[in-house]
Design a protein around this ligand. Structure first.
Ligand code: PLP
Length: 399
């Protein structure tokens, strides 16, 4: 038989995700469409990635322009978009220099490598330790899953990487351990995303930053989920009155185009020199075109102010749902990164919401995670509220 394509007995895609029964083929703004033409209100933003909504015009235009000229060029040569994106990231943060890679895990991997090499090369510490926190999430590579403070992510991957220790999150008392561990660096999320939408407490973060400063410990923040405007400022650390030495970003940086970056202060950046780290695709002309257009849109318009306004409105709507339904125990988060603590199974709510053409996420067993695009409107937040209201009602009725 001509053109015979064997029908696979098992999925040709490895089973690393349990997928919802929806096939998304198109997106614009806050909506996506499935292969049958049905639309869904998307309050996941590709997990905090499509922060400007789907297929944002300004990023699309910049990518189309770059597509005409050059797709890839080795880092052995200068890449104008990369230079421009690095300049934008440093101008809009406390950092001085940027390393580009392709994902969040790679950004944290680079941050960890930078901390280790800074410790060994600049400080003469041959076996540096990096402290991270319980319930954290830092990625899926061997080093970043070891950094991650969740056993379920580490199961079956022993032997884990040496050189990591986990402390309890938001626990000021336990910070005394830093005096004995004497780590080279501390890596933390300012809102734990995957771990359950848990904001770091202001006093705890400030105490941690003080200890780091007094003891020459690099303060590294994982802003892969909290960065790129998600919490109402370009980076969440701005709301904590601290200046981290290293910031890792990814997710929202390319509006859906894969890119990651590590932004470091000049001193910490001394850890790397030509040859000490690299990436074939890192800072690629297309990815950095997306990055330039994304950060320009975030910093040259009133988008961040809009995020803060929409966050207040979303908060009010979630609080009113909490009053109405006893199944909702708490509303938490920062900016447009929100979590609902629910009684029972969060996954059931997420699954039932799909029937109401609403996409939302979980963050662990009993947390519903809500991540609208930063461009979301009041009307869309109200539509979301109605859909979630209907979803919870149908669960309460046992439908
Ligand atoms: C998503 C995420 C990562 C991992 O990013 P990938 O691009 O999936 O590798 C790391 N840290 C945090 C806080 C994240 O939310």
């Amino acid at each position: 038989m001509a053109n015979h394509v064997p029908v696979p007995q098992i999925s040709p895609v490895m089973a690393t995700y349990s997928r919802f029964p929806v096939t998304i083929v198109k997106g614009k703004g806050s909506y996506v469409w499935d292969d049958k033409g049905a639309s869904y209100l998307d309050f996941t933003s590709g997990i905090a990635t499509c922060n400007l909504g789907h297929v944002p015009d300004q990023v699309k235009a910049k990518l189309e322009e770059q597509l005409q000229n050059l797709w890839h060029c080795s880092n052995l040569y200068h890449i104008p978009n990369q230079q421009e994106l690095a300049a934008l990231l440093t101008a809009n943060s406390c950092g001085d220099q940027v390393f580009f890679c392709n994902s969040g895990a790679e950004a944290n991997e680079a941050a960890i490598k930078l901390a280790r090499r800074y410790a060994s090369k600049v400080k003469g510490n041959p076996s540096p330790v990096v402290v991270t926190f319980k319930q954290s999430f830092h990625g899926r590579t061997l080093a970043t899953l070891t950094a991650t403070g969740q056993e379920k992510i580490q199961q079956g991957f022993s032997p884990l990487m040496p050189g990591f220790q986990h402390l309890p999150f938001n626990d000021t008392e336990e910070l005394y351990q830093l005096y004995t561990i004497k780590p080279a660096a501390v890596l933390l999320e300012l809102v734990q995303g995957e771990g359950g939408v848990i904001p770091a407490e202001l006093e705890w973060v400030q105490r941690l930053a003080e200890i780091c400063k007094e003891n020459d410990i690099l303060l590294m923040v994982d802003e892969i989920q909290t960065g790129m405007g998600r919490t109402g400022t370009l980076f969440a650390y701005e709301q904590y009155g601290i200046e981290p030495d290293v910031i890792s970003v990814a997710k929202g940086l390319g509006s859906g185009f894969p890119i990651g970056a590590v932004i470091a202060k000049e001193e910490a950046a001394k850890g790397f020199e030509p040859g000490s780290h690299g990436s074939t695709f890192g800072g690629n002309p297309l990815a950095t075109a997306a990055g330039v257009a994304t950060i320009t849109q975030m910093t040259k318009t009133n988008l961040l102010e809009h995020v803060r306004e929409m966050a207040t409105h979303l908060d009010q709507q979630l609080q009113s749902l909490k009053e109405k339904f006893s199944i909702i125990e708490d509303v938490r988060g920062k900016g447009l990164l929100k979590g609902l603590v629910v009684k029972g199974n969060a996954l059931e709510i997420v699954q039932k919401a799909i029937a109401n053409q609403l996409l939302i996420l979980t963050a662990g067993q009993n947390i519903v995670r809500i991540l609208p695009p930063l461009t979301v409107t009041k009307v869309e937040i109200d539509e979301f509220t109605n859909k979630l209201d209907e979803t919870i009602q149908s669960i309460e009725k046992g439908e």
